[in-house]
Ligand binder design. Structure first.
Ligand code: PLP
Length: 464
């Protein structure tokens, strides 16, 4: 297959008919369908190239979110399509159950292990971040059962964390709206404060002191519930959907100390932070965290095909393998050969184009510099960046960090304004966040930040 986007004819869609069919037959995730109907239906994205999306109404949009934080190598990579095509011709599917394997799953396991450092040598595959986190719960339970400590069951997570949408992974997450709709969390999961200085710090509390206090909330919960009952702590190195929460530098070292003191497994959910986003291959490397389990997804294949995995440290595999016998867990598509072939090629592209180094040395610092210029805006209370993750806090009073009433309303207004400027950024509550493809160039970062300022101006005019 040698066709690229340039040589393919652009298909002529009947967009109005597609929008009608969409409303008639498609239930969207995280969407108010009634409101969507009133707004004239979905935005139908028909193609994409590099950092840009094209919709059926003729708009070209700068994608400041890399899809859903996942299209790390950008859109339109013929090499990834070719990798899937070749693999599908050679072996479109075979499973990895019952002592079987395929070449791509073996090669990918070895490759990802080599990116993770000495402690990690095994991967367990699934298809989404949610499934990877369900797998994490199975691994944690099996580990402590095999260790002869079946009472060590509770997992501590944080409010506003996002770990997925299945019953178990949404329970691990701390999104109250999700819990409410689905009667969650399931038993055995408890949540503590997120390390979000802007919203949770007391008056005059420094970031460093707050970071320690947020970590101590974990210790307090351990002591309340009894250390013997606590199995693990889970956290995204940087909370993504919770509002790109970059913890104070004092937070993670303290969390690490607490996990070691009370014999908890430490799980770093790298579904967003993994594969270069923070300027290292994995976020735990950037932040100096030493986890035992690392769920990953999204950037693993740059979203070209669904694939996820949990990297399992030697400490855990040794117990699972030596004492565990058959692990009765797996998915039909665990280690799907085409998805693994695409993930391998995706990593090859990232290495060849030095994308991790580019984020660390060039575009990450540049985004930080440019986003910081928004701090003078009357609506902006704080700006945070690490690698190619950025957050802009919208608030009513910059000095006191007071939010607008009905959190999320003003953020949504700002998000709608920036969309009108053909730029995609997301509102997490009243936090505008960006997470562009890792191939983004400096001029495109300029465009992204200029659009954010214009959208903030328009929002300020609305709330006056
Ligand atoms: N974990 C984190 C940190 C995420 O951001 C997400 C999705 O955004 C998930 C897990 C769930 O991944 P998926 O949507 O692939 O199930």
């Amino acid at each position: 297959m040698t066709e690229t986007l340039d040589t393919q004819p652009v298909r002529n869609y009947d967009i109005e008919e597609l929008k009608r069919l969409d409303m008639a037959h498609h239930l969207h995730p995280f969407t108010d369908t009634k409101a969507l109907g009133k707004e004239g239906g979905a935005r139908v994205v028909t193609r994409a190239e590099g950092c840009y999306l094209y919709d059926g109404d003729g708009n070209k949009m700068l994608d400041g979110m890399a899809g859903l934080w996942c299209v790390n190598v950008g859109y339109g990579r013929a090499e990834l399509a070719e990798a899937a095509y070749r693999q599908m011709l050679e072996l479109p599917y075979y499973n990895t159950f019952f002592k079987s394997a395929t070449p791509p799953v073996i090669e990918l396991s070895a490759k990802v292990s080599s990116l993770m450092g000495d402690e990690f040598n095994h991967l367990f595959y699934s298809n989404s971040g949610s499934e990877a986190n369900d797998t994490v719960i199975r691994l944690v339970r099996q580990y402590w059962n095999l260790m002869g400590k079946p009472y060590k069951k509770t997992i501590i997570s944080r409010w506003n964390a996002y770990h997925g949408s299945t019953v178990a992974s949404a329970s691990l997450g701390g999104m109250k709206g999700m819990h409410k709709q689905a009667d969650l969390p399931i038993p055995g999961i408890t949540h503590v404060m997120q390390p979000h200085w802007f919203d949770n710090a007391e008056e005059g509390e420094s970031k460093e002191d707050f970071g320690k206090r947020a970590a101590h909330a974990i210790e307090q919960r351990i002591l309340e519930l009894g250390p013997d009952n606590i199995a693990a702590f889970i956290g995204e190195p940087i909370q993504g959907a919770g509002g790109v929460v970059i913890p104070p530098s004092t937070y993670w070292p303290e969390v690490q100390r607490i996990c070691e003191k009370y014999d908890l497994l430490l799980i770093a959910d790298e579904v967003i932070c993994g594969f270069g986003r923070t300027g290292s291959w994995f976020g735990h490397q950037t932040l100096g965290i030493k986890p035992d389990l690392v769920p990953m997804a999204k950037g693993m294949s740059s979203g070209y095909l669904p694939i996820s995995a949990v990297a399992v440290s030697d400490k855990i595999t040794k117990v699972l393998i030596d004492k565990g016998g058959e692990f009765t867990h797996g998915y039909t598509y665990s280690g799907h050969p085409a998805a693994c072939a695409v993930a391998l090629k995706n990593i090859e592209i990232m290495e060849r184009e030095h994308l991790v180094e580019k984020v660390r040395d060039e575009t990450g610092p540049y985004l930080a510099e440019k986003l910081a210029t928004l701090a003078d805006h009357p609506l902006v209370g704080e700006v945070r960046t690490l690698g190619l993750l950025g957050a802009v806090e919208i608030c009513k009073d910059k000095k006191t960090r007071q939010r607008f009433a009905d959190v999320g309303k003003v953020g949504t207004m700002c998000r709608d304004h920036i969309m009108k400027l053909n730029t995609v950024s997301r509102a997490c509550g009243d936090t505008m966040v960006v997470s562009p493809p890792l191939i983004i160039e400096k001029e495109q970062i300029d465009d992204l930040v200029a659009a954010l300022r214009q959208a903030l101006d328009a929002t300020a005019a609305d709330v006056e």
